[in-house]
Design a protein around this ligand. Structure first.
Ligand code: TRP
Length: 334
């Protein structure tokens, strides 16, 4: 709770380009929370450096992501959109929480194990303590709700464990957050390997629809999407390719699975793929136009960055001061 309103935090990394799965699974839902919650959406650039980054690229991508948040419909007057690195309380609380987190707990994190295997030449301590920084992100804002993909559920669990442990020692300092796992469109799969999630880091460009893809590219990628060969538009576990396309169509158009099956009962895969491609490209067009406009307005984006950064720092520092006091750090002399 913040100022009598429930609070919500989520974040994305600015690495790679955002794809359709990120939009349908996250951004599109985020836009619906602004009335009910006090919302904080961070570009989590501090998490990004757990993997080696090119500095110029990182800066560019972070700004692009922040701009895209707005282009996708997040009103920066109502949602606090900011860079994690602009609010030093993230790093400070992260240190404190690391002293309340056990090595054994972190060792069990599957994302750490995956990333360590993938970046065997750079298994740094930050990669290991990544979930602690994430806990700090969430707990700084007394978040009630955290919308995340299912791959982040384990990190939410450890956040709850750390917060509960801290509260048991020092009293009610932190709100214990609940995950919010979206329903429709929460899991968009790769267009090339439909049993795998659509991923930012996929090497195959045909596997994902980037939010900035033009209409021709979108249609072409859907036409090439991997499906079975029975040519029947039916939702079924043994038809992962077609089921994924139906999921996308349903998430974009708001129709149900049954309505979709009926609509395409006498169509083949070619027609259906075309329809899915067209629905996606007309959904993305206004976002792309808005993005192009915003990207040109440097002064406006700068203003959002400054004002929202200050707003985030205000709330974050409030929690941090409380934590410092509870654990026995001396008060600052003013
Ligand atoms: N780890 C998240 C991801 O990769 C991003 C993230 C960082 C996050 N801090 C967060 C998400 C806090 C939700 C809440 O998707």
């Amino acid at each position: 709770m913040l100022d009598g309103k429930k609070s919500l935090f989520s974040g994305m990394q600015a690495t790679g380009t955002l794809h359709l799965g990120n939009y349908l699974g996250a951004l599109k839902n985020w836009v619906t929370f602004e009335e009910e919650y006090q919302c904080f959406y961070s570009v989590v650039d501090m998490h990004s450096i757990t993997v080696r980054q090119n500095p110029a690229e990182l800066r560019k991508k972070a700004r692009a992501l922040l701009t895209l948040y707005i282009a996708a419909g997040l009103n920066p007057e109502k949602n606090c959109i900011y860079y994690q690195s602009h609010v030093s309380a993230h790093a400070e609380l992260s240190w404190v929480l690391s002293c309340f987190t056990y090595m054994g707990e972190l060792n069990r994190m599957t994302q750490y194990k995956d990333k360590a295997a993938k970046h065997a030449d750079n298994i740094n301590a930050g990669l290991f303590t990544y979930p602690v920084l994430m806990a700090a992100d969430i707990l700084l804002f007394q978040s009630d709700v955290v919308p995340v993909g299912s791959d982040q559920k384990q990190h939410l669990e450890i956040t709850r464990d750390i917060a509960t442990r801290f509260n048991n020692i020092y009293g009610d300092v932190f709100t214990i957050p609940e995950p919010y796992i979206g329903k429709a469109g929460a899991r968009i799969m790769s267009l090339q390997e439909p049993t795998k999630k659509m991923s930012k880091s996929d090497e195959n460009p045909n596997a994902s629809i980037n939010l900035m893809d033009d209409p021709d590219t979108i249609i072409r990628k859907f036409k090439r999407a991997v499906t079975d060969s029975d040519n029947e538009i039916r939702y079924s576990e043994d038809k992962p390719g077609i089921s994924n396309l139906i999921d996308i169509y349903v998430a974009v158009t708001g129709k149900t699975i049954e309505e979709t099956e009926k609509e395409f009962a006498s169509s083949g895969y070619g027609d259906f793929k075309m329809a899915v491609g067209e629905s996606v490209s007309s959904m993305l067009k206004p976002i792309q136009d808005r993005y192009a406009e915003l990207a040109k307005d440097k002064a406006y984006i700068d203003k959002v960055i400054k004002e929202n950064g200050e707003k985030a720092a205000y709330y974050a520092n409030k929690t941090l001061r409380k934590v410092y006091k509870k654990i026995g750090f001396p008060q600052k002399i003013r």
